[in-house]
Ligand binder design. Structure first.
Ligand code: G1P
Ligand code: ZN
Length: 549
């Protein structure tokens, strides 16, 4: 039945907030900030004010189901209707994973979409919330556009909304909100179909049936319903092997980041000698992934490289790749594959928004980040379940263990020992001072002998996008050593409290070298040099990172 919600358009006076600058991936704040009067409306109005030509067009809206998701969606729909959108597509219950939003925008040729998530950050009333605008290509708005949103938000004086009732997010079908149609859609179906076009579901199903043991941890986040449909229903994985599959608004009190620390249970399961052949997990909004084979953790940078080397074994990528992209702090493991296969390699700043133009232009097929993000040109977001399916398909095709595949990979391309050290919630001013001091001293570093080697170059990474001709500066400090090692320093752009200093450490071991070292031992010298070069203790009062991934 088509409910009809009558409504009048209201213009509400408001005052600007000074903190609505989107970061690496949208605007992220504490839930309590988003609950303040006008805060969300101001930001959404600022977004719409910077867009042209959406009257009568479609907007996709969905989120990862975290606390405040449903309330925020009602607010956004009213502002969208009052501003003149013709139709909104909303996931049932307000749920849509980030890659599913991207796909839905593309499939329905919508004008754009709004994703509500703070990704892997904890949820709940005291947790984090976030909002991100994606354009018609399905990808996050470019930096040029997000800068405009921010500028507008600084001087906003009013927004438009409706005085109408809320829509029923739990009822599939079309409802009317003012002059806008709101269609509540199945969040899983379209996405699952897309996956079937990319991977050999028949081969994976047979592989699972033949005794291959796989476990997936949805971390009480958005991928639960997707995992049930894809892994259990379509691929025959026993329901009991899909863990924490019911989404919860506080992620069950956990931190939905699929890394060895926050997904420790499934990580330990795989690392035990008699554990499953493959354990995997995804994050709050379904764009990140964890891949652990029996006794073999696949670091995200290595996963990107292994996928680049093996993607041709899957139907969606059977014709090979056009090129590959990685964010600057991601290890150079994929570079070795690109070099061997003669593929163009692009190095971009941190954040998926920088891959969008390269994917659109067809310069790259595959891209990834060290922060557990891997994806391809099938959507314009990183995609957690896609990465898991890619690994399942590669394993089914090669009929080898994850450890065998990785050992074989390193014996061809060499191994990039890699780790990221995070110093979380340090004083924001101190973190800025640390980066400024490091930058000032860059010139004198070159040629310096350290315990990790002689410094070859030291610079601040910037990026020129030849497609839209935009220039992005200040994207982290790189210190490269003559022996191929590297230390990168940058400040996180996704946190909500203080600052997070990220230190990325990488050491290359050629194929004929020792490929079976413990990562922390392999990079021990780099770690101590990273601390002394930046005087981390002196600036932050921390002698050790609090998260190592
Ligand atoms: C982090 C990751 C980055 C990723 C982003 C969104 O951003 O480092 O690779 O794109 O989350 O998932 P950061 O906090 O480092 O700015
Ligand atoms: Zn995420």
């Amino acid at each position: 039945m088509k409910a009809c919600l009558m409504a009048n358009v209201l213009t509400i006076s408001t005052s600007a907030f000074d903190d609505q600058k989107p970061g690496t991936s949208g605007l992220r704040k504490k839930v309590t900030r988003f609950q303040e009067d006008h805060y969300l409306e101001n930001f959404v109005q600022s977004v719409f004010a910077c867009l042209d030509g959406f009257a009568g067009k479609t907007l996709v809206v969905g989120g990862d189901g975290r606390f405040h998701n449903d309330v925020a969606i009602q607010t956004i729909l009213k502002v969208a209707a009052a501003n003149g959108f013709g139709r909104a597509l909303v996931g049932l219950g307000g749920i849509l994973s980030t890659p599913a939003v991207s796909h839905l925008i593309r499939k329905t040729e919508s004008f754009g979409g709004i994703i509500l998530s703070a990704s892997h950050n904890p949820g709940g009333p005291d947790g984090d919330f976030g909002i991100k605008y994606n354009t018609a290509n399905g990808g996050p708005a470019t930096e040029v556009l997000t800068d405009r949103f921010y500028e507008y938000s600084r001087t906003i004086t009013s927004y438009k909304t409706l005085d109408g009732l809320d829509v029923d997010l739990e009822q599939l079908g079309t409802q009317r909100l003012g002059s806008m149609d709101v269609e509540i859609v199945d969040p899983v179906e379209d996405y699952a179909e897309l996956m079937e076009t990319l991977f050999d579901f028949g081969a994976i199903r047979t592989f699972v049936k033949s005794g291959f043991k796989f476990k997936f941890d949805a971390m009480h986040a958005v991928t639960g319903p997707y995992a049930k449909e894809i892994f259990t229903k379509r691929l025959g994985v026993p329901a009991s092997d899909v863990l924490n599959a019911s989404p919860k608004s506080d992620f069950g009190g956990g931190h939905p980041d699929p890394n060895p620390i926050h997904a420790q249970k499934i990580f330990d399961m795989a690392m035990s000698g008699d554990g499953p052949d493959l354990c995997a997990a995804s994050d709050g909004d379904g764009d990140r992934n964890l891949i652990v084979g029996r006794k073999c953790f696949v670091a995200p940078s290595d996963s990107l490289a292994a996928i680049a080397a093996n993607a041709h074994l899957t139907p969606g990528y059977g014709n090979g790749l056009k090129g590959v992209g990685r964010s600057m702090p991601t290890s150079g493991a994929v570079d070795k594959v690109a070099e061997a296969k003669g593929l163009p390699l692009y190095e971009t700043p941190t954040g998926w928004k920088f891959f969008g133009n390269l994917l659109d232009s067809g310069d790259i097929t595959l891209c990834g980040e060290e922060s557990a993000g891997t994806g391809s040109d099938h959507v314009r977001e990183k995609d957690g379940l896609w990465a898991v399916l890619m690994w399942l398909n590669i394993l089914a095709a090669r009929k080898q263990s994850v450890a065998e595949i990785m050992m074989d990979h390193w014996s061809i391309y060499g191994r990039n020992y890699y780790a990221r050290h995070d110093y979380e919630e340090v004083d924001a001013a101190a973190a800025k001072e640390l980066m400024a001091a490091l930058e000032t001293g860059l010139g004198s570093l070159v040629g310096q002998e350290t315990a990790a080697g002689i410094v070859k170059t030291a610079d601040v990474f910037s990026y020129y996008d030849s497609i839209d001709e935009s220039f992005t500066d200040n994207q982290g400090i790189r210190i490269l050593f003559e022996n191929g090692s590297r230390i990168v320093y940058r400040l996180s752009g996704t946190g909500t409290v203080g600052a997070t200093l990220r230190v990325y450490l990488e050491r290359y071991e050629p194929a004929e070298g020792d490929l079976a070292q413990d990562t922390s031992e392999a990079i021990a010298d780099l770690v101590s040099v990273s601390k002394s070069l930046a005087s981390i203790d002196r600036f932050t009062g921390r002698s050790e990172p609090n998260v190592i991934t």
